[in-house]
Ligand binder design. Structure first.
Ligand SMILES: Nc1ncnc2c1ncn2[C@@H]1O[C@H](COP(=O)(O)OP(=O)(O)OP(=O)(O)O)[C@@H](O)[C@H]1O
Length: 341
C-alpha cells in the first residue's frame, strides 16, 4: 500500500551540525504517528522537512507515493497538500475564527459551508464569529486544527500542539484532536516529548534520538519491548537493575524476572529494564527497607534500599504507614540490555 508519507535516509545539517542523520520513517494512510523524543533530537526539523518549509541535504521524502523532496527536487509547502498545526496555534489575531479557517482556502472555496464543515470536525461551528482572544487555549488549538484540515489535506503535521496548556486540558484535547483527524480521514504526524500523549493519540510511535529513528512500532511494543536503554528512558519510567541472565530468565536484586525474550547478547551479566508499575509490594518478595515516604496524592512514593541499591517505588497512598520493612517483587516480562560498563 502506498504510504501517506515516506521518509528515506533523510539528512539535514545546520551550519555543519548534523541534525537529521539518515531518518527512515513512514506513516500508513489514515494512521496517526507520534514522533517522540527529547528536546533537540530533531523532531521539529523532520516535521518542517515533511511540510516543505526546509530543504533536506540527502535522502528523499514521498507524500502519497510522489517525491516532494530529494535528488535536487523540492516541492514548495503550498503544493504538498500537507496541513500544518504549529506550536501554540498561531492564529491571526485580527481575523475571526471563520477568517482564520478560511485563510488557507482558495477564494472560490471560502464558503460558509466549507468553513463550517471544517469547524464541525473540531466541534466549534458555533464560534465562527469570535476572535482568537475570545477563545480558550484549547479552543484556539482546535481552530488551528480546523484551519489545517479545511483544504482537505491527506496528511496533517502537528508540532507539539498541546504545549502551554494545563495537564487536564492536554489530555482531553489530545482525545478530541485524534477524533477530529479520524473523522477527516487524514493521516497525521504529531510531535511530542510526552510518552503518555504519544501512546494515547498515535497508532504508531517513532522514537527519535540524536537525529535518527531509534524504534518505530505500536505504542505497547515500544513501551514493553524498547529496542535500547535510551528508548526505554524516552518512553517512560525505567528502572535498570544489574542482573544475571540465563535464557529468558533473569536474577535481579529484586528476585527473579521473566524476560520478553532471551537477549541477543546471550547469557551472563545484563542490565534489566523494569517499568515502575512492574515493581509490586507484598510477600513473597525481596526484603527492602523504606527510608523515605513521600505523599503524592493518589499514591505514595517510597525510597527503599535493597542491599546497596536505592530505588523509588510507588505504593498505595496510606495515611498511617511509616517507615518500615517491606517486600518487593517484579511482575511481568522485562527486557535485558548489555550490562552498563
Ligand atoms: N534554523 C536552524 N538553524 C540552526 N540550527 C537549528 C535550526 N533549527 C533547528 N536547529 C538545531 O537543530 C537541533 C534540533 O532542533 P529541533 O527543533 O528539530 O529539535 P526538537 O527535537 O524539535 O526539539 P524541541 O522538542 O525542543 O522542540 C537543535 O540543536 C537546534 O538548535
Amino acid at each position: 500500500m502506498t504510504k501517506s508519507v515516506q521518509v528515506r535516509d533523510v539528512s539535514k545539517a545546520f551550519a555543519g551540525h548534523a541534525v537529521l542523520r539518515g531518518v527512515d520513517f513512514a506513516v500508513e494512510p489514515g494512521k496517526i504517528a507520534a514522533l517522540l523524543g527529547p528536546s533537540g533530537c530533531g523532531k521539529t526539523t523532520l516535521l518542517r522537512a515533511i511540510a516543505g518549509f526546509d530543504r533536506i541535504d540527502g535522502g528523499e521524502i514521498l507524500i502519497d507515493g510522489a517525491r516532494v523532496s530529494g535528488s535536487g527536487s523540492h516541492l514548495p509547502p503550498e503544493k504538498r497538500r500537507v496541513g500544518y498545526v504549529p506550536q501554540e496555534g498561531a492564529l491571526f489575531p485580527h481575523l475571526t475564527v471563520a477568517g482564520n479557517v478560511g485563510y488557507g482556502l482558495k477564494r472560490r472555496e471560502r464558503t460558509r459551508e466549507r468553513i463550517g464543515a471544517a469547524l464541525a470536525l473540531v466541534g466549534l461551528e458555533a464560534l465562527m464569529e469570535r476572535y482568537p482572544h475570545q477563545l480558550s487555549g484549547g479552543q484556539q488549538q482546535r481552530v488551528a486544527l480546523a484551519r489545517a484540515l479545511a483544504p482537505g489535506p491527506k496528511l496533517v503535521v502537528l508540532d507539539e500542539p498541546f504545549n502551554g496548556l494545563d495537564l487536564d486540558l492536554r489530555r482531553s484535547l489530545c482525545a478530541e484532536v485524534t477524533a477530529a483527524l479520524q473523522r477527516a480521514g487524514a493521516s497525521a504526524v504529531l510531535v511530542t516529548h510526552d510518552p503518555e500523549e504519544a501512546f494515547a493519540s498515535a497508532d504508531v510511535v517513532a522514537v527519535m534520538q540524536e537525529g535518527r529513528i531509534a524504534q518505530q512500532d505500536e505504542p505497547r511494543a515500544v513501551y514493553r519491548r524498547p529496542a535500547s536503554a535510551a528508548v526505554a528512558r524516552i518512553t517512560g519510567g525505567a528502572i535498570f537493575l544489574e542482573a544475571t541472565v540465563t535464557g529468558a530468565a533473569a536474577e535481579t536484586p529484586l528476585g527473579p524476572a521473566a524476560l520478553v525474550a532471551a537477549p541477543p547478547q546471550g547469557d551472563g551479566r545484563a542490565s534489566v529494564c523494569v517499568r515502575p508499575e512492574q515493581i509490586v509490594l507484598g510477600a513473597p518478595g525481596q526484603a527492602a527497607t523504606v527510608v523515605e515516604r513521600s505523599f503524592r496524592g493518589d499514591h505514595d512514593l517510597l525510597t527503599v534500599t535493597v542491599g546497596e541499591r536505592r530505588l523509588s517505588v510507588r505504593a498505595p497512598a496510606h495515611p498511617d504507614s511509616g517507615l518500615d520493612a517491606i517486600r518487593l517483587r517484579i511482575e511481568g516480562p522485562c527486557v535485558a540490555f548489555p550490562p552498563v560498563a
